[in-house]
Write a protein that binds this ligand. Sequence first.
Ligand SMILES: Nc1ncnc2c1ncn2[C@@H]1O[C@H](COP(=O)(O)OP(=O)(O)O)[C@@H](O)[C@H]1O
Ligand code: SF4
Ligand SMILES: [Mg+2]
Length: 392
Amino acid sequence: MSELDVMNEPESATEGLGGDKLLKVENLSVDFPTDDGVVHAVRDVSFTLGAGEVLGIVGESGSGKSVSSMAIMGLLPKTARIGGSIKFKGKELVGLSYKQMQPVRGNGVAMIFQDPMTSLNPVYTVGWQLAEAYLAHHDVSKKAAWAKAVEALELVGIPQPDRRASQYPHEFSGGMRQRAMIAMSIINDPDVIIADEPTTALDVTVQAQILDTLLRIRDETSAGIMIITHDLGVVAGMVDRVQVMYGGTVVEQGSVDEVFEAQRMPYTVGLLGSIPNPNLLGKRLTPIKGAPPSLMNLPQGCSFSPRCPLAIDECRETEPQLLETDRLGHFARCHRSAHLATIENPQRLFAHEEIGVVENPAALTMANPDIPVAEDLDDVEARLQEEEKPTS
Ligand SMILES: Nc1ncnc2c1ncn2[C@@H]1O[C@H](COP(=O)(O)OP(=O)(O)O)[C@@H](O)[C@H]1O
Ligand code: SF4
Ligand SMILES: [Mg+2]
């Protein structure tokens, strides 16, 4: 199957409720020319998002998640060179000016940023800022806009929204501010909401509440939602489909159950191993050894090859394509995904790489209600030593 086929994959149950494609991103690339060379921040990224669908975009810091979403919002700096296509309701967004994008931004596609304090203005009340955002797209009275602001605060679960609307951002707790940001993003009833690491700065209990709020908004407004995170645990039990990014490109994608159950690309296996897991209480976490590639100087072949426990010569020579695996609707960019499929408990591939110890069981279960059961790492290591090295 070619990359084109991947983009034109047939409608499936995992591909959005109702199947209409609000957003269609095809072969998106973003380069930043700098004095030191060209940063290939995003390479060949394709995906679709339907109404009422929740898509998770996961990857380590620097993998191109934010740049992809800024490209969709038309908020990249002028120096950025953008290739490929971003269609919103069939309309091409690549090439539109900042001004031409204005009606799309907020109204069509809205974004929730990681840090609410940088997006909320400290000198105006929360209600006033929400009302202003509404007035920017609607010709109504100030009173009507204020009523809309209070309604939005209520929708995101802020108690006493009437009173809260008259308060300033600093009078809100971290979790409440993030809710206010969500209120800001939904006030113009957007079709698509992009949430870029919306819960990273919050504690686990508040994280769960915020994610719940986003799902409730999806249920009430049928918005398509993209949740961007570096933590695969955040998207478990939350999104319909997940797309794993590495080195600026998509390395694995499929329904969230598929990707959690049967990884077909070693990087995803490593990512899963670095999720704090209640089954590993008192055990060490196993992150992936080494650093992500330089986007200015990508390695030849597969960009994960310098860190990959399954790498063979072919991996270091030829970049793999994103192809459908042995499982329907599940795609991986890996020469050895068929081999990976035969490895029982692939977590052991990374098991010798250890850092910190899991200590707080309550926090773990809260953060990761649905993570798969992993076996005891001591057993894994013993077995790893027994088993012979995999061959291709
Ligand atoms: N304006 C810019 N100029 C040059 N490089 C940039 C610029 N913005 C982002 N980058 C680079 O693009 C890469 C991807 O960044 P980003 O999408 O923010 O990653 P993340 O996955 O953490 O959100 C990073 O290496 C980052 O340094
Ligand atoms: S292509 Fe090779 S190096 Fe890349 S992830 Fe697959 S096995 Fe590892
Ligand atoms: Mg980011």
